[in-house]
Design a protein around this ligand. Structure first.
Ligand code: SAH
Length: 299
């Protein structure tokens, strides 16, 4: 049986509270309304593979966890690869004084978010259709944001090339990852050096109800990103910075990344077969297969 909306709002507040995140009743109600719209639309649109009864935790609480490290009362934030709207829309619902721009390369997702935030009374979201690589070169997006967030987008070196160019020097990227991030962080040294960033903190915690481990990797932008980054659309995924061509790791997309990360890490992280982001995984999976084929061919 489905819990009533009021009950879900209260549970959301409790779940956020368990992570040390403040969520008022209005924010909780807006987020519950948005989730309802997501699952209505999901009947026909394929926006998420997270089961409806897991959404409060895997979309709601998990997204809100970013507020553990982004404590600013006002902030201009970009969510890169937002998919069905996470974490960006949840953050916007919880922090009406923020302005959140959510970006995705799939038009129908962007269109859904644009309509649903309006219907749910989340007025501080702008939904933009485009590839992060292209937006990162546009003067109206490049180095304009105080922070960028991303969940289940790509392995950290790739994520950083997509997200850091959008952030002003002195700003932050917050990467939502699963429990196991040490390897990804280590593999990001060259990307950080090239793009102008430094890992400032890794905040590790567990989701309050299913106990799945999570990490928020906080990267501070230390200097302006050189104009050659981001490289053109598709290249960051195909040839991650710091990954020797053909080496393992280049295709290592969000394996350590849950929610939604494909592969074992996502399973271990408690997403099980509901795996957060299958919608995005499909793209990624196809790209990884192509890359593997090219590697076999030695091209
Ligand atoms: N952040 C969401 C969705 C993750 S799936 C969540 O955690 O639930 C990854 C999403 O990133 C997909 O919707 C895909 O369309 C988008 N994406 C992948 N590469 C992108 C790029 N280069 N620019 C913009 N969006 C991208």
């Amino acid at each position: 049986m489905r819990a009533s909306p009021d009950d879900r709002a209260a549970r959301l507040q409790a779940g956020a509270g368990a992570l040390g995140v403040r969520l008022d009743a209005g924010g909780a109600a807006r987020l519950v309304a948005y989730l309802d719209l997501l699952y209505q639309a999901n009947r026909t649109l394929n926006l998420t593979r997270v089961a409806p009864d897991a959404a409060l935790e895997l979309h709601g609480v998990d997204s809100l966890a970013g507020l553990r490290v982004l404590a600013d009362p006002e902030l201009l934030v970009a969510d890169v690869g937002t998919g069905g709207g996470f974490p960006g829309v949840a953050l916007a619902a919880a922090r009406p004084a923020w302005r959140v721009t959510v970006v995705d390369s799939v038009q129908k997702k962007v269109q859904f978010v644009r309509e649903a935030v309006q219907a749910a009374g989340i007025a501080n979201v702008t939904a933009v259709w485009g590839r992060a690589e292209d937006l990162g070169r546009r003067p109206d997006f490049r180095e304009r944001f105080d922070a960028a967030v991303a969940r289940a987008l790509a392995a950290l070196p790739v994520l950083l090339e997509l997200a850091l160019p959008l952030v002003r020097p002195g700003g932050r990227v917050v990467a939502y990852k699963g429990g196991d991030v040490d390897e990804e962080v280590a593999a990001s040294a060259a990307a950080l050096q090239a793009l102008g960033g430094a890992v400032e903190a890794v905040d590790r915690f567990r989701l309050p109800w299913n106990g799945a481990p999570r990490s928020l990797v906080v990267v501070r932008k230390t200097g302006s990103t050189p104009s050659r980054y981001p490289r053109r659309a598709g290249i960051p995924h195909r040839r991650p910075l710091g990954g020797p061509a053909g080496a393992p790791g280049r295709g290592q997309a969000p394996s350590a990344g849950l929610p939604g990360a494909p592969g074992a890490a996502a399973q271990a992280a408690g997403l099980g077969s509901t795996g957060g982001l299958r919608a995005g995984q499909d793209d990624l999976g196809a790209r990884r297969r192509q890359a593997a084929t090219r590697r076999r061919r030695g091209s």
